[in-house]
Design a protein. Sequence first.
Length: 95
Amino acid sequence: MINTLTRAKGKNGETKGGTMIRVLVVDDHELVRIGLRQILADYPAIRIVAEAADGETALRLNRRLKPDIVAAACSLVCTQGAVVADCSPVAVTCS
């Protein structure tokens, strides 16, 4: 799948052969959010639409922005389980 994300951008932020993947990044550690943002910046088919440092903010942003994927910290998923229950498809990141 990663290989398919390296295609060049077309008009309106879409990639050739597909649409942009919109991601909401959720982690209580700013350094983790920065690192994930830098890693995902290498893939033009991925766009981070917002970041959140807590579950409450993540839920609000998820409802408003409707991202394709929520990349959520394992610690927030465990302590604020509503993030998983009420969000778009979630990719859990454990550090």
